[in-house]
Design a protein around this ligand. Structure first.
Ligand SMILES: [Zn+2]
Length: 154
């Protein structure tokens, strides 16, 4: 999958040799998308129906953001960073790392709107409201060298 390649390229400058290897698995009976963290391997299991729907709505950048959030859980478990707030819940930390990954992605002329909308549209049951999530995504984005002003819906 080409999007996985984009995510891997974006993650490389963040974790270098310590990057978890990412593998994507289709599973028609799985929930939307989830991470199985397995000894340094980030196994991301997704429902093909879910990806098809999300792709129709938000395209590459939407799927990319959803994968970045899941991979973010794996990075959170292995890396740590100064800009991570200990008070953030695991889901918020996944969002922050997604922001960090997005800072290394060139979104093209459309900007990050599809990424933000995809993240906002598919919260996990443990997620707080989007109004609490966006500042955290921004913090990760800025923490990884992104210009937070660019991270907004157009
Ligand atoms: Zn999550």
């Amino acid at each position: 999958m080409q999007i996985a390649g984009r995510v891997n390229a974006a993650v490389k400058p963040i974790c270098g040799q310590n990057c978890p290897t990412m593998a994507l698995f289709r599973n028609a009976t799985s929930p939307n998308i989830m991470l199985l963290n397995d000894a340094g391997q980030a196994k991301i299991v997704y429902s093909p129906q879910f990806f098809a729907t999300a792709y129709d709505r938000y395209g590459d950048l939407g799927i990319l953001a959803l994968i970045a959030h899941e991979l973010g859980h794996a990075l959170d478990a292995t890396l740590g960073a100064k800009w991570v707030n200990e008070k953030w819940t695991p889901e918020l930390r996944g969002d922050a790392w997604a922001g960090c990954i997005l800072a290394h992605v060139d979104p093209g002329v459309g900007g990050y709107t599809p990424s933000l909308e995809a993240l906002a549209s598919y919260p996990s049951s443990a997620h707080p409201d989007w109004s609490q999530r966006l500042p955290v995504v921004r913090a990760g984005f800025a923490g990884c060298g992104g210009d937070a002003a660019k991270l907004q819906k157009k």
